[in-house]
Design a protein around this ligand. Structure first.
Ligand SMILES: Nc1ncnc2c1ncn2[C@@H]1O[C@H](COP(=O)(O)OP(=O)(O)O)[C@@H](O)[C@H]1O
Ligand SMILES: [Mg+2]
Length: 357
């Protein structure tokens, strides 16, 4: 069943269009992540779902019902923000239960829900403390707990982990994945961190300037980015890009890179292209297409290493290799890739597909 539908949703602030016709169906229980650079409209879209921002045109449906005019409190949504917005003068127990007090639930019911959420989030030993007496991670757990006790069907998160340091972010990411696995609530989660998106999402929606650049599973976006924007946004270190020209020759295409032609399976396109290859798909000293390269820098990361190279036109590219490569800065080497690992983009930065594919 569809739990949330966005139909040609637009948001304007005066003359400025910040959400420009978003269409999206989210199914019940799905974990959807909105990702994109700062300012692309993630928070605005989420706030429209929550009812905190009016929808300029288009329609929002929750469980099949139009919600455009429905006030936030009646949308059956729980939202967690980047700033925890805990009540400083209340202890954890009252912070957790406050929304239920306001909704006039019986005291016994409130106590039961608060106890259960606190145990679930492992903050049950902190119930008497005030927010100022908690670490950042503990405060974030309380903020999530406040959403949990409301037992809503739809969870919205806006960059909930951005204020935490790297270790805690990882820990809370695992925690949020666990909450979703156990509660199975439909979740829409906003982040600018592609790694968070990759690890948490059933489906990622990449936003660019208020439009969906691509929506799909993490692996779909990683393996078959629809355009250069998604290709460079998803994956770290990011995909390498090289300029080339594609011409047709009977049943084959010819890709010319730095003056050298390479035969490829046929594509339905001729003209300028960009070739994109992920760092882990580049092969030092091998590949079906090869270039000569100068070694700039080797960064050992322990189990793997990043090798920075300058290729023919002086452009730098990054190769990810397992272990520690036997190669030194200043050396000349060759680097290449196999055809199936190359992404080709046309002059409008859209991914090309193979003929017949
Ligand atoms: N209340 C507002 N009035 C005018 N412009 C706004 C308002 N809120 C957000 N914007 C603009 O809308 C765009 C998208 O903002 P936002 O949704 O916060 O982006 P993100 O969360 O992806 O960083 C930005 O250009 C921002 O400046
Ligand atoms: Mg934002």
């Amino acid at each position: 069943m569809s739990s949330l539908d966005l139909i040609n949703v637009v948001k304007r602030f005066g003359e400025l269009t910040v959400i420009d016709g978003v269409d999206l169906d989210i199914t019940e229980g799905e974990f959807v992540v909105f990702v994109g650079p700062s300012g692309c409209g993630k928070s605005t879209l989420l706030r429209m779902i929550a009812g905190l921002e009016e929808i300029s045109s288009g329609e929002l449906r929750i469980a099949g019902n139009r919600m455009n005019e429905t006030p936030p409190a009646k949308r059956n949504i729980a939202m967690v923000f980047q700033s925890y917005a805990l009540y400083p003068h209340m202890n954890v127990e009252r912070n957790l239960g406050f929304a239920l007090e306001t909704a006039r639930l019986p005291a016994a019911e409130i106590r039961e829900r608060v106890t259960k959420a606190a145990r679930f989030l492992q903050i049950d030993h902190l119930l008497d403390r005030r927010p100022a007496q908690l670490s950042g991670g503990q405060q974030q757990r309380v903020a999530i707990g406040r959403a949990l006790v409301r037992q809503q069907k739809l969870f919205l998160f806006d960059e909930p982990l951005s204020n935490l340091d790297a270790d805690l972010r990882m820990e809370m990411r695992v925690e949020i994945a666990r909450i979703h696995r156990e509660m199975k609530a439909t979740t829409v989660y906003v982040t600018h961190d592609q790694m968070e998106a990759m690890t948490l999402a059933d489906r990622i929606v990449v936003l660019k300037e208020g439009r969906i650049a691509q929506a799909g599973t993490p692996m779909e976006l990683y393996e078959r980015p629809a355009n250069r924007f998604v290709a460079s946004f998803i994956g770290s270190p990011r995909m390498n890009f090289l300029p080339g020209t594609l011409t047709q020759d009977g049943e084959e295409s010819v890709l010319t890179l730095f003056g050298t032609p390479h035969r490829l399976p046929a594509h339905d396109y001729a003209g300028e292209v960009t070739v994109g290859i992920r760092p882990e798909d580049l092969i030092l000293g091998g590949g079906e297409v090869t270039l000569t390269a100068d070694v700039l820098l080797v960064e050992p990361l322990g189990g793997e290493a990043l090798v920075h190279l300058n290729v023919e036109d002086g452009r730098s590219i990054v190769v990810k290799v397992q272990g520690k490569p036997d190669i030194r800065p200043g050396a000349t080497t060759s680097v290449g890739w196999n055809h199936t690992r190359a992404n080709l983009f046309d002059k409008d930065e859209r991914a090309l597909s193979r003929k017949g594919a």
